[in-house]
Write a protein that binds this ligand. Structure first.
Ligand code: IVH
Length: 698
């Protein structure tokens, strides 16, 4: 043992050196290349490990340690900008439980010398946007410079790129002070990130060189801001939120005299800067805890990523009193949420079969807690995607779960791969039924050609038919369908209606009461509507809306079944691909047979006259419904409008023609007023529906 003492360096020194090398490498990938290899949570873990060693062994601290600097590096190619007021970093509360907020309040109170009996401190609670920090400098109301944070002292001049961000005002109202630096976050919305990556994938598929997809919205935003070609930057949709100030004309020289942080934010808003609507005043620790909890619960519904919330002491006088420790203000803290990216290993790659036979490769993962849930599966989308990411069994991968999107494998840590596991290839036969798997020209997906012969497709088809929005067979869920199909009792949809009580009650784990419930539900489902029935058949490309259009146009099922591709193409919103798909479906004798047998089993619906002659006064008009109407339910109003050819949308935009507002109409009404969209009431809507009133039935 004593020999070893001389033979090897002390473990902490070696580990610290190793960590420094790794952190330098990852910081370079992150800040300079905008292309990180590991999730932030992993970087933070390594960083904290190094910090802990350096705290325990101060003699090991080196001036070049990554723990000794605030931010990134200046990229060659952008002009350096020295910040007149440094861009600070912010201390992080890593306890992701809501109660973590109390630690901050305790520190603040102690530093202010407050006793327990003293009044609670007032804070501003904000979102912690996951983008990149930006300083916007306005002189005499004109945007003259936009700079990244860089190392906090010196950033990069990215003015040209930032000018392309629609939400950044280029000019301020006349009451803005002569000098104003607004600090905030540039970010990319999740939907825009997905769209950008779709575009990138299409470019790669078309053989474009040097293109890549982005790991997450933050890296896409950072990449866009630091894009040397501002033409490209302009094509990457970015957004901005303001949360603070840099230099500003002092009150003595005509600048504003703010007393609180909140007052300052409201003024920024009045000058035209986006300030997040969630920003709130919070009194004392309890309200901080509640804010963390509330935002945490709705985090997935936000259109952009946040990685936590930020609390700031509201009174600027108290902020001044609290001051700074090293480079972090004592008056602010970032309080994190569980990370949305984590490392895990791939145990297997399975292939799942969807309702239409689509084969999807799915990575089976060692369970990992990410984005607040335990994830064991992540989609690999399709063969091309799986091969592009080159995911192999045994690999260490980054999984990401943000918003309500399905967890996905972001990338592989190739350097951690051991041995030479085989690259993934899509099986050429269906893993469930053994039928040939085919990939049609121009398609990315492989499909099982087994149709309803394939057990997987059969199960999905039955579940689709039974769902609430189709014919609705209450109680017929995953497990039961699985049992019925595996036992061979149900092969086609009509088999469901031939089941009977005895067959159902005879199934394993099926109580008599449940069996009777299913029999009743089946009976009830027989009385349906044509659109529900059509949708339930699961014809490719025929969703609920198309099913409604078909039913309205033709009135009767037989007319649809016998319609030519041309006749089908005349239906609203039915293009050539959809028309062909419907035609092909009803051309198959076995599909017609299924329909006949379902009718024979007693499924029925009201058939109508072809609606082609009925006037459709509202074709091309988009409506939004809000509030409670005096006589109609929302659904009834929607049906009436759709029958008159209108579209009914869920949210108000510039494309909305009319908002129909009832009692207690909320934000949609406000938005309509803000956008100048016409607002009518129920009576006004009914008048538009009556062709007489419109003089349209001439
Ligand atoms: S305040 C003196 N507020 O988090 C305090 N920062 O280290 C300066 N961030 O990179 C920061 N949302 O870009 C503040 N509402 C918010 C924020 C926020 C995101 C980022 C900021 C910086 C990091 C703090």
């Amino acid at each position: 043992m004593t020999d070893d003492l001389f033979a090897e360096p002390p473990a902490p020194a070696a580990r610290a050196a190793e960590l420094r090398t790794q952190l330098h490498h990852h910081a370079h990938r992150y800040y300079t290349l905008d292309d990180p290899e590991i999730p932030d949570a992993e970087y933070d873990r390594l960083f904290r490990e190094l910090q802990a060693i350096e705290t325990a062994h101060p003699e090991l601290l080196t001036p070049d340690s990554p723990t000794q600097r605030v931010g990134g590096r200046v990229l060659d190619g952008f002009t350096p900008v020295r910040h007149r007021v440094p861009m600070l970093s912010i201390n992080t509360e890593t306890d992701t439980e809501p109660s973590g907020a109390r630690n901050f309040d305790t520190r603040v109170r102690r530093a202010l010398g407050l006793a327990e009996a003293d009044a609670p401190v007032e804070y501003v609670a904000e979102l912690k946007f996951d983008g990149l920090a930006m300083s916007l400098r306005y002189e005499d109301g004109v945007l003259v410079q936009a700079a990244t944070r860089g190392d906090g002292e010196v950033g990069e001049d990215v003015t040209t790129n930032v000018r392309t961000i629609q939400q950044v005002p280029l000019r301020l109202p006349a009451d803005a002070p002569p000098v104003l630096e607004v600090r905030g976050e540039v970010y990319m919305r999740r939907d825009q990130f997905e769209a950008l990556n779709d575009k990138q994938r299409a470019k790669i598929a078309a053989g474009a060189k040097g293109e890549k997809t982005f790991v997450n919205p933050r890296n896409a935003a950072a990449g866009a801001v630091r894009q040397l070609d501002s033409g490209i930057a302009a094509q990457r949709p970015l957004s901005f939120f303001a949360y603070g100030l840099g230099e500003i004309t002092p009150p003595g020289e005509g600048g504003p005299d703010f007393a609180t942080h909140f007052e300052m934010l409201m003024q920024l808003k009045a000058w035209g800067f986006p300030v997040a609507a969630q920003t709130a005043l919070a009194t004392g620790a309890d309200e901080l805890v509640a804010f963390h909890q509330r935002i945490g619960a709705s985090r997935d519904q936000l259109p952009y990523d946040i990685d936590g919330v930020v609390y700031k002491v509201n009174a600027l006088a108290l902020q001044k009193q609290l001051g700074f420790v090293t480079r972090e203000p004592r008056w602010a803290v970032a309080h994190k949420y569980p990370a949305q990216e984590q490392l895990t290993t791939v145990l297997a790659i399975d292939v799942q079969v969807g309702r239409t036979g689509k084969l999807t490769p799915v990575a089976k993962l060692a369970p990992v807690f990410v984005g607040g849930v335990t994830v064991t599966n992540a989609t690999l989308h399709n063969e091309d995607e799986a091969r592009r990411k080159d995911v192999r069994v045994g690999d260490t991968v980054i999984v990401r779960r943000a918003g309500d999107v399905i967890p996905e494998v972001v990338s592989v840590l190739v350097e951690k791969r051991s041995g030479e596991p085989e690259a993934f290839t899509m099986p050429r036969t269906c893993p469930v039924c053994g039928s040939a798997a085919v990939r049609e020209e121009g398609e990315v997906d492989f499909r099982c050609s087994g149709g309803l012969f394939c057990g997987a497709q059969r199960k999905q088809a039955i579940l689709h038919f039974a769902q609430r929005r189709a014919v609705e067979i209450e109680g017929l869920g995953d497990k039961l369908v699985e049992q019925l199909v595996d036992a061979g009792v149900v092969k086609t949809l009509p088999d469901l209606y031939r089941l009977g009580f005895t067959a159902l009650a005879g199934l394993e784990r099926m109580a008599e009461k449940s069996a009777q419930n299913i029999v009743d539900a089946l009976e009830k489902s027989k009385r349906t509507t044509l659109p529900r029935f059509l949708f339930g058949l699961g014809i490719r490309h025929v969703g609920e809306a198309t099913a409604k259009e078909l039913a309205r146009h033709f009135g009767q099922l037989d007319a649809i079944m016998d319609a030519s591709v041309e006749a089908l193409s005349e239906v609203n919103d039915v293009g050539p691909v959809v028309a062909q798909s419907i035609h092909t479906f009803f051309e198959q004798p076995h599909n017609r047979e299924v329909v006949e047998q379902l009718r024979a089993c007693g499924l029925s619906w009201e058939e109508g006259e072809p609606a082609a002659r009925a006037p459709q006064p509202l074709v091309g008009k988009t409506f939004v419904l809000t509030g409670t109407f005096p006589t109609l339910s929302r659904d009834q109003a929607k049906d009436l409008l759709e029958a008159a050819g209108a579209k009914v949308a869920g949210s108000v935009s510039k494309k909305t023609d009319y908002v129909v507002a009832g009692a207690e109409a909320g934000s949609k009404l406000e938005k309509a007023q803000a956008l100048g969209v016409a607002v009518i009431d129920e009576a006004g809507m009914l008048a538009m529906l009556a062709p007489d009133a419109q003089g349209l039935n001439l």
